[in-house]
Design a protein around this ligand. Sequence first.
Ligand SMILES: [Fe+2]
Ligand SMILES: [Fe+2]
Length: 474
Amino acid sequence: MSINYSEKIPNNVDLGSDRSLQRALEHWQPAFLDWWGDMGPDGTASTDVYLRTAVSVEPGGWAHFDHVKMPDYRWGIFLNPADADRRIPFGEHKGEAAWQEVPGEHRANLRRIIVTQGDTEPASVEQQRHLGATAPSQYDLRNLFQINVEEGRHLWAMVYLLHRYFGRDGREEAEALLQRRAGDQDNPRILGAFNEQTPDWLSFFMFTFFTDRDGKFQLCALAESAFDPLARTTRFMLTEEAHHMFVGESGIARILQRTCETMVQHRTDDPAKLRALGVVDLPTIQRYLNFHYSVTLDLFGADVSSNAAIFYSAGIKGRFEEGKLTDDHLLKDATYPVIEVVDGKLTMREAPALNALNEKLRDDYIRDTVAGVGRWNKVMLKNGIDFQLTVPHKAFNRMIGSLAGVKVTPDGRVVSAPEWEAGTREWLPTPEDRVHVQSLMGRVVEPGKFANWIAPPPMGVNKQPVDFEYVRFN
Ligand SMILES: [Fe+2]
Ligand SMILES: [Fe+2]
């Protein structure tokens, strides 16, 4: 079904046939636009950006690219097509027909999951709203704005579910999603990583590589849900999410490329000299990686969680690629290894698999992440630089779950508080690192020009040249 853009709210859910829902969403729309004006990308009220807009949910041709004035972007509601025979793939209702409405007994948990997912979407837009002022190129600026508008659309996706299936509480939650603010003391966003700052483009690329990837894994788990509208909407969100992770992965690869070129050209690996040459030294990139990785691991929640067990057994939230797993999809007697701290040492123990589902999803995420870091390391190999980035131990710098009480080094040793204090300068971004990275941030917006600290991409967006005018400032 193609999407009709002459409607106030573009959609493929036949919104016009449900007048009261349509009215409720049309009432929320100006509040969303006010939020976008206040908290969306800074200073873009009259900026034309070469953006992709979803125009169908067909795998081959869902996206249309054109210059769009930012506030006129059409945020729409798109669900993947329904499969009338879809069965619940796991949990106590396994094999039964998927739910088209919310069962009363799971209403509170489903609402909480949808609100928590929905909250991350506007949060990241808020975190990134000042980055346009220091964009390293038009190409990068356009990618930032593309991600921002799509996170806005992901908020729409969750708000549609709240309005359509959760009545008055849903409408109240939808209002509250526009009222919380990333990093706000009094009314913060729900999850920790979404209250951190994204003060520079190194942080932005790390965020989109690591934290948008958390989004991918959460969405994959929700795409298995017995609640069919949630499964269908998250499946479509995943198509968009792939681009966000691409921006992060390729952004860091281009920073590494530029640093390596400079190291070769000047025959140095001295961070001080490299800083003076205007690039980001590799140990600083490692420290940023350590920070974003560990903060993102916490997003998966406690390693042993009774809620995780309830969500799975009820059919609300599945596992990553549930359909490819060959067990019984009930997990009643299964176990799964989790880390435990005994006498100040990390050991493994078997926990009930149902309670360890957060840990399982975190481990799936770690595998995906390690593969991505391996692709980054090829940049150093190709340039003949003897340095490899590594992913820290999963117990490093954790604030949630059983690891919150211990201090663990990137190589997995439990250390005392003084040792931790002494080591953090080596392991996590220092104030000096942040000042240096900040000092590199200057706005470069002439088409085809790039800031000194980042290499140009090998190709442009949607087969356009790299020096295409991606953004028009009016
Ligand atoms: Fe998103
Ligand atoms: Fe995203």
